[in-house]
Ligand binder design. Structure first.
Ligand SMILES: Nc1ncnc2c1ncn2[C@@H]1O[C@H](COP(=O)(O)OP(=O)(O)O)[C@@H](O)[C@H]1O
Ligand SMILES: [Mg+2]
Length: 271
């Protein structure tokens, strides 16, 4: 399902993609050209721009016309990817309804790009959220501007700090949803890390068999520390460098932070 929105004919899309690749980007909404600002970031599927819509700032998700190794994509693969991307608003609504943190605004918006009708995504910008965000796949997009950890702390403190995110993953899983690691970002609420779910085009909603739980727990917990550390300010990361370089994060330590969180999450998922 693409919210009933057609992705247009191949010839028109080819025209739009070719002109975008040449650097032209004209987005028209309700007959009015939008003010497109700087690029906020990009992933394999989307290029996200700052834009003003009817006087308010938003993040606009447009198709990325090249992949991560700069190979030009075919129109067919772009249509397939964008069909998945357009599921993001509906999937975001479902995860919001579970009481979890997601984009407050995530909508499909019909515009003309370089003269071709095309559905894009309109989202709240990270900088306009009521909480700060650590983007797991792009640390430059993190909006953290102050220290999150005390001057000194031990491994038990750090484990508990990250464990604040485990109940969010429990709620997600027990409601039958599964997400890609890229969808697991972190937000800071009451000075504690919580999961901020975004980039949800490929989220899946189906009953999760019990034998699938260990794999899910492992996949999610491997991600938490790296996303948290990548989202800290450079200064705070440097300050705790000895701690982050310690044995607590080594793969050959069976009591490392990943194993500890993994055991705790699996326990919650099996409750
Ligand atoms: N709402 C937003 N506000 C600010 N930046 C954003 C927003 N959404 C995405 N971005 C930036 O765009 C990048 C790509 O977005 P993402 O949703 O991960 O796209 P993809 O589907 O291609 O993986 C993000 O890593 C981030 O840098
Ligand atoms: Mg992404």
């Amino acid at each position: 399902m693409t919210s009933g929105i057609e992705l247009g004919n191949t010839q028109a899309l080819t025209h739009m993609i070719e002109s975008m690749r040449k650097g032209k980007l004209e987005v028209v909404y309700n007959d009015t050209p939008l003010e497109i600002g700087r690029k906020l970031g990009e992933g394999n599927t989307k290029t996200v721009y700052d834009a003003i819509i009817e006087g308010n700032p938003f993040a606009l998700g447009l198709p990325n016309t090249v992949d991560s190794i700069d190979t030009v994509k075919t129109v067919t693969s772009m249509v397939q990817e964008w069909t998945v991307a357009l599921q993001e608003p509906a999937n975001t609504d479902r995860i919001r309804a579970m009481g979890l943190f997601v984009n407050p605004t995530c909508e499909v918006m019909r515009v003309d790009i370089n003269g071709v009708p095309f559905p894009i995504l309109k989202m709240t910008r990270y900088q306009d959220l009521s909480f700060q965000v650590m983007d797991g796949s792009n640390s430059h997009s993190s909006t953290i501007d102050s220290n999150l950890l005390p001057e000194e702390f031990d491994d038990a403190y750090y484990e508990e700090h990250l464990a604040n995110m485990l109940p969010d993953l429990q709620v997600l899983t027990q409601n039958g949803a599964q997400v890609n690691e890229d969808s697991i970002n972190i937000c800071i609420v009451d000075r504690k890390p919580r999961i901020y779910f975004s980039d949800l085009g490929d989220a899946e909603f189906e009953l999760i068999p019990e034998e699938g739980l260990p794999g899910i727990a492992k996949r999610y917990t491997m991600h938490l520390h790296l996303t948290f550390k990548n989202g800290l300010t450079e200064a705070e990361c440097q300050k705790h460098r000895a701690f982050f370089d310690s044995n607590l994060f080594r793969a050959n330590n069976s009591e490392n932070i990943y194993h500890r969180l993994n055991r705790r999450l699996l326990h919650l998922l099996c409750e």
